[in-house]
Write a protein that binds this ligand. Structure first.
Ligand code: GDP
Ligand code: GDP
Length: 469
């Protein structure tokens, strides 16, 4: 079991993780278990029967504020209305949502309604199936999976079962939302997908020293078409620079750090890796800048693996093209593609910060990959293709010739697009077959510039319409 450190201070700048759920599922018990007796800051909210509580949670070095969404607003019109208003408030402030369910009582229509609201937000949602006090209760989890979320955790708030896994997943999900979301109108929140796409795109430039990151940034910020403005409230952080490109708002992540790092030329590999990771945590889209003359090196491969791991949308920028002969460029691009083959999903842009060639392609392509990263494919549409994909090439049999069945697929998350495939035998579906599924999804839907995640989940029963093997 990992150690958990705790901070007594409250810090409003930390991202918020909200516990959501109907009364009596065990939200407050889980809150107490997750924060481990840490004193909570209680906020009064008029018209609610219970106060909202916050406490800072530290897990494996990551910090966030856990919120117990508190009581229901009795004026909101029945339990469904009350749940909706409570959920809206939680969604509004949270970077990650934990939907708490009671497996003893089972899934109720109120749970389903709340799940649907959460699904539409585009924010990471983890399901905590509570009151799984012992393994004997795990079979009743089937119902929970049917809600269609990939991340399901069997927990017991009273016994502490599964709580470490839930915290690990929370921290992993925060990786994508470590920066608090931009404030926006509460009424817009239920349509978070559309809203996210309308907000600024956080763009980070990463790459080895001297590949031309600062020069490219300066060129982008210095172009006449680009408006640099430092309006209060438009920056998340003083070192991020907002800019507009052809009507699209961007936020250049850590522009100051880029300039600062230029001044320091002896960074240990560990320090620069940490810096890159911090930058990735705050970005939506990453531009990996590579020097055209030197091509991709082991260091670039390492950065590319951080990007893949972080789940960010990405493009590769091959800079200093002015130093190569025109005929050489295609070869250079092909060589980089070969070296960084595992990032084949990322489009390539060829630039020269000196002549300005291709620099404008960076924000254009960044906006495109961002869109793919936020894209959601409806379940019915996915399953229509899934049937064909599986029929064309069924999964290989498991050990002992056991049939492997894939029942259905749902897209559980966006940013990055994450798919949940239900099967009778997750362990038997090996890497080559998973890759086949991902490649097929890419063939059909593109998702260019976005990594894809695929999670296989055990499911006993059959789903209507899906038969394979
Ligand atoms: P909330 O209204 O969602 O905040 O729920 P509470 O935390 O107040 O818990 C409601 C009831 O469920 C209480 O009687 C708890 O003791 C009980 N409870 C909470 N978590 C668990 C659990 O993991 N296992 C069992 N068996 N009971 C639990
Ligand atoms: P950073 O460390 O990645 O931020 O790289 P810099 O932007 O500081 O650039 C390092 C050096 O490469 C500087 O001397 C730049 O003038 C030069 N440089 C950057 N981009 C280009 C380019 O496209 N073509 C050429 N010829 N030189 C470049």
């Amino acid at each position: 079991m990992k150690r958990r450190g705790r901070r007594s201070s409250d810090d409003p700048s930390l991202p918020v993780v909200s516990l959501v759920g109907r009364p009596n599922v065990g939200k407050s018990s889980l809150f107490n278990r997750l924060v481990g007796g840490q004193p909570a800051l209680v906020e009064d909210e008029p018209g609610v029967t219970r106060d909202r509580r916050y406490a800072v949670c530290d897990w494996e070095g990551a910090r966030f504020r856990l919120a117990d969404t508190g009581g229901l607003d009795p004026s909101a019109g029945g339990i469904l209305g009350a749940m909706r208003s409570q959920t809206l408030r939680a969604v509004e402030e949270a970077a990650v949502l934990i939907l708490v369910l009671d497996v003893k009582e089972g899934i109720t229509p109120v749970d389903e309604a709340v799940a649907q609201v959460l699904r539409r937000t585009g924010k990471p949602v983890l399901l905590a199936a509570n009151k799984v006090d012992s393994a004997t209760r795990e079979p009743s989890m089937g119902e929970v999976f049917r809600l269609g979320f990939a991340q399901v955790f069997a927990v017991s708030a009273t016994h502490g079962r599964g709580v470490g896994d839930l915290l690990d997943a929370t921290v992993a999900a925060l990786g994508g939302a470590a920066t608090p979301a931009q404030p926006s109108e509460p009424g817009d929140q239920m349509d978070a997908e559309a809203e996210d796409e309308a907000g600024p795109i956080s763009l980070a430039f990463v790459g080895k020293p001297n590949v031309g990151k600062s020069s490219l940034v300066n060129r982008l910020l210095g172009e006449e078409r680009v408006l640099v403005h430092d309006q209060p409230g438009t920056t998340r952080d003083p070192i991020d620079t907002p800019f507009r490109w052809q009507g699209r708002e961007f936020l250049l992540v850590d522009t100051a750090g880029l300039r600062r790092r230029r001044a320091i030329d002896t960074l240990t590999e560990a320090v620069s890796a940490k810096m890159a990771r911090d930058q990735l945590a705050r970005a939506d889209v990453v531009a990996l800048v590579i020097d055209a003359q030197n091509g991709a090196t082991a260091e670039d491969a390492k950065l590319a693996s951080f990007i893949e791991e972080s789940g960010r949308a990405a493009l590769m920028v091959i800079n200093k093209s002015d130093l190569c002969r025109r005929a050489e460029i295609d070869q250079k691009v092909a060589a980089v593609r070969e070296e960084l083959g595992f990032m084949a999903w990322a489009p390539v842009v060829v630039t020269s910060a000196v002549t300005g060639r291709g620099a404008g392609e960076i924000p254009r392509v960044a906006a495109e990959v961002f869109e793919q990263w936020c894209r959601r494919v409806p379940t019915s549409e996915l399953n229509k293709h899934f049937e064909e994909i599986v029929t064309r090439r069924p999964p290989p049999a498991g050990p002992g010739g056991r049939y492997v069945r894939l029942y259905y697929i749902t897209q559980a998350q966006v940013r990055p697009p994450s798919f949940f495939v239900s099967t009778n035998y997750p362990a038997a579906v090996g890497f080559p077959y998973r890759r086949y599924l991902v490649n097929q999804l890419r063939d059909i839907y593109g998702f260019e510039g976005s990594p894809l995640r695929l999670v296989l989940r055990a499911h006993q029963g059959k789903k209507p319409g899906r038969k394979a093997g």
